[in-house]
Each structure stands twice: as structure tokens, then as C-alpha cells.
Design a protein around this ligand. Structure first.
Ligand code: FES
Length: 160
């Protein structure tokens, strides 16, 4: 769960040695880089690019490898998230239960398209492919909350 999105992670005041210290606790863990990236995501909501050199140094891998892991996993982002992220399931079971129309309705309601965010940075719409609620779709995730049998109204209410 996201603790708090800080305004500007790159200027959060932590020095390179502070950052190194923060990350070394993950080095001896299996999948340590993933743990470190998840910690950054939970702490800041994204992985600021200014952390990449330190991540590479701490885990003794190249910066390209760090970027490769970040870009492979959809949940790791290199820029701050919108205030609310709405993930609409686009997988087959949800499509058979109305996900395409729901997506159009949500896009119209918020005035932005899937893969984009509102100009005031309040809402970002993302596609996701299965939330494990296939029998009760169409399914949507709003921030950390799952919504079964989602409607534009239930989605809208969940961010107010
Ligand atoms: S297909 Fe949408 S939740 Fe599984």
C-alpha cells in the first residue's frame, strides 16, 4: 500500500550515502532488487530515475539492468502517479461482462483515455489484465481497492 506520494522524490534531501544505506538492507534477500523497488514504490509511489545509479551500485548490476526490471513490471513507474489510479480489467472474462463499454463510460466520465491522465493530475486510467475477480466482472482497481461488477458510478464514488 502506498504510504505517501512525496512531491519530488529527486529532491527529498537524501544524500547518496543515505540512499545507499537505505538500500543495503535488501542486498542479502532473495530477489533483493525487487524488494528495494517495491519499497521505493510503497514509500514514494514511483521510482525516481535519480535512484537508478545507487540501485545499480548496491546490487552490483548495470543501470541498464535496473531500468530493464523497472520497465518489465507495469507497476513500477519512473514518474509520480496521479492522485488516483483507476485500473480497468481488459481481459476476456471482463470483456464478456461489459468491460469495453465500462471503459468507454469511465473515459467519458473522467475526460481522459485509457493510458492517460486528467490534466489536473487527479485521475489516471490504466489497462490491467485480470484482477482475480473474473466471475464478478467487470473488475476495476481504484488505488488499492478492488471493485467487482464495477459501474462508472461505483468507480466514481470510490475516489470521492
Ligand atoms: S478477467 Fe477481469 S478480473 Fe479476471
Amino acid at each position: 500500500m502506498l504510504k505517501r506520494v512525496r512531491e519530488d522524490q529527486s529532491k527529498s534531501g537524501s544524500s547518496p550515502s543515505d540512499r545507499h544505506s537505505e538500500l543495503t538492507r535488501f542486498v542479502d534477500r532473495v530477489g533483493g532488487l525487487m524488494h528495494a523497488l517495491n519499497w521505493l514504490k510503497e514509500e514514494y509511489g514511483y521510482v525516481d530515475a535519480s535512484w537508478i545509479p545507487t540501485l545499480a551500485d548496491v546490487f552490483n548490476i548495470s543501470q541498464a539492468e535496473v531500468r530493464g526490471v523497472i520497465s518489465f513490471y507495469h507497476d513500477f513507474k519512473l514518474k509520480p502517479p496521479a492522485v488516483h489510479t483507476i485500473k480497468i480489467c481488459q481481459a476476456e472474462a471482463c470483456q464478456s461482462l461489459g468491460a469495453r463499454q465500462l471503459t468507454k463510460d469511465i473515459e467519458a466520465k473522467f475526460g481522459t483515455n485509457l493510458g492517460s491522465r486528467t490534466s489536473d493530475n487527479r485521475v489516471e486510467l490504466e489497462a490491467i489484465y485480470c484482477l482475480g475477480l473474473c466471475a464478478v466482472g467487470p473488475s476495476v482497481q481504484v488505488d488499492d481497492r478492488l471493485i467487482a461488477r464495477a459501474t462508472p458510478d461505483s468507480v466514481s464514488l470510490s475516489i470521492e
